[in-house]
Design a protein around this ligand. Structure first.
Ligand code: URA
Length: 233
């Protein structure tokens, strides 16, 4: 990793500020003052910045109970970003793993490890996503059968993979999907003439939303949660 990238990664400095700081002579690598921002570093190098010994950056992994009203992309002029709910340094390095709609609540994973998140969202891995859905109308047996056999959505090249459905009440269902198409749950129920009133994600793979987290709350993932979602090469 380049020295300027490293410095901006492990401190609050932007890349430009890190470059200025390096050029000013504030960085010592393995006991030698280094003014080249492009200097290559490995985890074995000892880096001191303004007298403080820095460590090699560790990837970060969190689960968030997303409330309604937040987007899973970067914040824009109209909407706040789910990442902004975290009280963590260097939030600019963090991203949501996949997307929930503005009005969808529930489990969102947040990380700065792009390879890990790609391994979860890659279609071929077919990681399960489990949602609790409230519908406007009672779902007929025929409609449920259509959803369980794989619906062809308009604009999609192939039919959706079959959904798993579990009735939780007259208009309450638990839905398990193994792909992450845009607005997939809402479009599936619309395709059988129904309408989703509310949508809440409960689980991704083996990782369940922590029942101790209120909407807006978050916590670091445990090591076993990180590892069980990691793609095995
Ligand atoms: N499907 C949807 O329609 N919306 C979501 O937020 C997630 C899955």
């Amino acid at each position: 990793m380049r020295l300027d990238r490293y410095l901006s990664h492990v401190t609050d400095l932007t890349r430009a500020q890190a470059q200025r700081s390096i050029r000013s002579g504030a960085v010592i690598v393995d006991g030698v003052t280094t003014t080249d921002p492009a200097r290559h570093l490995t985890p074995s190098n000892a880096v001191v910045h303004k007298g403080e010994r820095l460590s090699w950056p560790q990837p970060r992994y969190f689960m968030l109970h997303k409330p309604s009203g937040y987007v899973c992309t970067a914040r824009d002029a109209r909407h706040r970003s789910a990442v902004d709910l975290l009280d963590e340094p260097r939030k600019r390095d963090l991203h949501c793993v996949g997307r929930l709609d503005l009005d969808t609540t529930g489990l969102v994973l947040i990380t700065d490890d792009g390879e890990w998140s790609h391994g979860i969202t890659a279609p071929r891995r077919a990681v399960e996503k489990v949602y609790r859905v409230t519908l406007a109308d009672i779902l007929t047996k025929e409609a449920a059968q259509v959803l369980c056999s794989g619906v062809q959505l308009r604009g999609e090249p192939q039919p959706c993979r079959p959904a798993k459905l579990e009735a939780c009440g007259q208009t309450e269902w638990r839905v398990t999907l193994t792909e992450g198409k845009y607005h997939e749950v809402k479009r599936l129920f619309a395709a059988v003439g129904n309408h989703v009133l509310s949508l809440h994600r409960e689980r991704i793979g083996a990782v369940q939303l922590d029942s101790g987290l209120d909407a807006g709350g978050y916590r670091p993932l445990a090591a076993h949660e990180v590892e069980c979602l990691r793609a095995k090469s």
